[in-house]
Design a protein around this ligand. Structure first.
Ligand SMILES: [Zn+2]
Ligand SMILES: [Zn+2]
Length: 230
């Protein structure tokens, strides 16, 4: 195929180009278009320092200030033990932190938050395995997940007794139709899923933290306390 034929195939797309642009050969042109596209994307979607898209298979943190997602592998701060889909933290990226250093603080998770994180991770693992499950057994999957990942999920010390299983059950039941969906399965018993199965929506509620006065951003970085926005 000659270059001319290839180029004429693209004529429809090139109607808005200047004559100078039309003179560029096809490979230069497509390179140029790709560069424009990715530049635009970085500015608009603008995730992470690397500019790459979100990756739900790895830990990502949302910056409280610029509202961009950052990959754990791109973050310099020693984050400690985490899992994907946490909502009980405050993170500031390098670009937003007054010190130029990332700040990160995980807080005590409420039971419903731990349940959301657990179900989200179970759902994402299932997607990765190709089984695409969205409902998970409370006793066989959700509680074992919480048990296994306790330290990554919250700052509260691990419970000595199993009385927290009841707390989990209560939290799940309380938010059926609000956060969770419920199903009684003949073999697996009580099954729960997320009412919004789009996992990209799972993030810290920074707005509520600022409104509630638990988050303030000062010259010293993130502080918890009375709201006093500087
Ligand atoms: Zn990145
Ligand atoms: Zn930021």
């Amino acid at each position: 195929m000659s270059e001319d034929t290839e180029f004429s195939d693209k004529n429809e797309d090139s109607s808005s180009m200047t004559s100078q642009e039309k003179q560029m050969n096809e490979s230069d042109l497509s390179k140029q278009l790709d560069a424009d596209k990715s530049e635009k994307k970085n500015v608009e979607a603008g995730n992470c320092y690397c500019g790459k898209d979100r990756n739900l298979n790895i830990i990502e943190l949302l910056c409280a200030n610029c509202n961009r997602w950052f990959h754990e592998s791109c973050i310099g701060y020693q984050l400690g033990k985490l899992v994907p889909f946490l909502t009980n933290y405050v993170f500031l990226c390098k670009n937003c932190s007054p010190t130029g250093l990332e700040t990160f603080k995980k807080s005590q998770a409420q039971t419903f938050q731990m349940c959301i994180t657990a179900i989200a991770n179970l759902q994402q693992s299932s997607l990765k395995e190709g089984t695409n499950k969205t409902m998970f057994s409370k006793d066989k999957e959700i509680i074992p997940y919480l048990e296994y990942h306790w330290e990554a999920l919250t700052t509260t010390p691990r419970r000595v007794t199993t009385s927290w299983h009841v707390t989990v059950t209560k939290a799940l039941i309380k938010d059926i139709h609000i956060l969770f969906v419920f199903e009684d399965h003949p073999d697996d018993g009580h099954m729960y899923g997320l009412i919004n199965s789009d996992l990209t929506h799972i993030k810290p509620n920074y707005e509520a933290m600022i409104k509630g006065g638990t988050l303030k951003v000062t010259d010293m970085g993130i502080q918890h306390g009375k709201i006093h926005y500087v």
